[in-house]
Design a protein around this ligand. Structure first.
Ligand code: GRF
Length: 194
């Protein structure tokens, strides 16, 4: 049986994408078909190229609105024969049409225990609120931001002397262990149901 192909969408350093790629390189049932970024100056693109992964940029700035940008992203994913989308630090909100085209087949990772601290500043907000425990959430993407059904969560303790950098570094250690395994299990499970 041929491998299930996934698209990984990035906007940043791509460390989660790299962790997923490294995990999948040791198995034959799931593979990354394309790494997509929303800008050209995304550090993670280099990491993908170093691993021999195909990359493409769907430049956010060259689209008039979210709908046309989303359609272009979905077209790239389709053209790459990928059936799942994995958001790994992708900082653009996709239009609901993405969920219509890939229903239940888009995963996201978020650096807090959702539903606490949705949005782009989850680590800073957890510190500002003085929570003692935060964590990592992996969820299915629905029409709302950081909202869909939760697939996996793991807690991370907040230490009294933490700043955003130290806390995010510990959160990322968990992300890099958790996301590759959850992505693989989810994709295999989702494909069996189709
Ligand atoms: C991760 O912490 C993820 O939870 C958040 O963005 C960060 C992406 O990091 N959504 P990287 O680009 O994978 O290094």
């Amino acid at each position: 049986m041929s491998a299930i192909r996934i698209a990984v969408l990035i906007s940043g350093s791509g460390s989660n994408m790299a962790a997923i790629a490294d995990h999948l390189s040791e198995r034959s049932d799931v593979e990354i078909g394309i790494v997509v970024s929303d800008r050209h100056d995304v550090a993670g693109l280099l990491r993908a190229e170093e691993r021999g992964l195909p990359t493409t940029v769907v430049d956010w700035k060259s689209f008039p609105d979210r709908e046309t940008f989303t359609a272009a992203v979905c077209d790239v994913v389709d053209a790459s024969r990928c059936t799942f989308m994995v958001l790994a630090g992708f900082m653009r909100i996709l239009a609901p049409t993405a969920v219509e085209r890939f229903p239940g087949r888009i995963l996201n990772i978020h650096p807090s225990l959702l539903p606490s601290f949705p949005g782009a500043h989850a680590v800073e907000e957890a510190l500002a609120h003085g929570v003692r425990v935060t964590g990592v959430t992996i969820h299915v993407v629905d029409e709302l931001v950081d909202n869909g059904p939760i697939v996996a969560q793991e807690s991370v303790d907040v230490f009294p002397d933490d700043d955003a950098a130290s806390l995010h570094a510990r959160i990322q250690t968990v992300e890099h262990r958790l996301y590759p395994q959850v992505v693989a299990d989810f994709v295999i499970g989702g494909s069996e149901q189709r």
